[in-house]
Design a protein around this ligand. Structure first.
Ligand code: DC
Length: 226
């Protein structure tokens, strides 16, 4: 990479562990850019659904990923010029995202696009392989976990608040299936980077979790300055 090194924090973890919320809060506190890498896989899945590309069509899905015409705007995302913020959060899209994310050509097609988000003054990126594959030199790596029950409860609350119907038990089963797929896949599986700090948020509020990340960042950046 040319130019001064841009600092970054990678936040990985299983689905619904709160990564997105925590990453957004930390990015806002630091005044840094934010990369929601899961959104790129969800956008790819949505493009596949709309174009009739099958979940196991690696080349078709990779072509859709490479051709994504997306714009991230405050609190939302548009694809091909239309607002798809709510569409990519649909459970059907999330489940397909986890399937296309297992395809190596899809991951390869999205690699440079993710790295391009690393611009001054800094980046907070959340996903599954931020600290292991996409940004292995991240300054701070957090692996955010929470019990499956806590995560299912959170997702349930989120969906109900947004006016979607939801069933807690179905969500729990979907979460566990998605966890299994994300951790067992051959390509960039969900794994704790050897130098990551594990943060269990099952019994923490959002504010407490953000404070812990900020405190770790304070220690890390203070140590690198002294
Ligand atoms: O974080 P999320 O639920 O929005 O991600 C949707 C899917 O995308 C998830 O099931 C796994 C996949 N994903 C991935 O494989 N790698 C990432 N860095 C981010 C998400």
């Amino acid at each position: 990479m040319n130019g001064p090194r841009v600092p970054m924090i990678a936040i990985d973890g299983p689905t619904a562990s709160g990564k997105g919320t925590i990453a957004a809060r930390v990015a806002a506190r630091l005044g840094w850019h934010l990369l929601d890498s899961g959104a790129l896989y969800r956008l790819t899945a949505l493009a596949c659904l709309e174009r009739g590309i099958a979940a196991d069509d690696a080349q078709g899905a990779a072509a859709a990923a490479a051709a994504l015409d997306v714009r991230f705007v405050a609190d939302g995302v548009s694809m091909d010029g239309r607002d798809v913020t709510a569409d990519i959060r649909r459970e059907e899209v999330g489940n397909l995202a986890s399937q296309v994310a297992a395809l190596a050509p899809v991951r390869a097609a999205l690699l440079d696009r993710q790295r391009a988000f690393r611009c001054a003054p800094g980046l907070v990126a959340d996903g599954r392989d931020m600290g292991t594959v996409v940004f292995p030199d991240a300054d701070l790596k957090i692996f955010l976990v929470a019990s499956a029950e806590a995560r299912a409860q959170r997702r349930y609350k989120q969906l109900i608040e947004k006016g979607f119907s939801a069933n807690l038990l179905t969500l729990l089963h979907d979460l566990e299936a998605r966890d299994a797929r994300d951790t067992q896949r051959v390509n960039a599986p969900l794994a704790v980077a050897h130098d990551a700090l594990v943060l269990d948020s099952s019994h923490l509020t959002i504010d407490q979790t953000v404070e812990q990340v900020m405190s770790w960042w304070g220690e890390r950046s203070g140590a690198s300055r002294s």
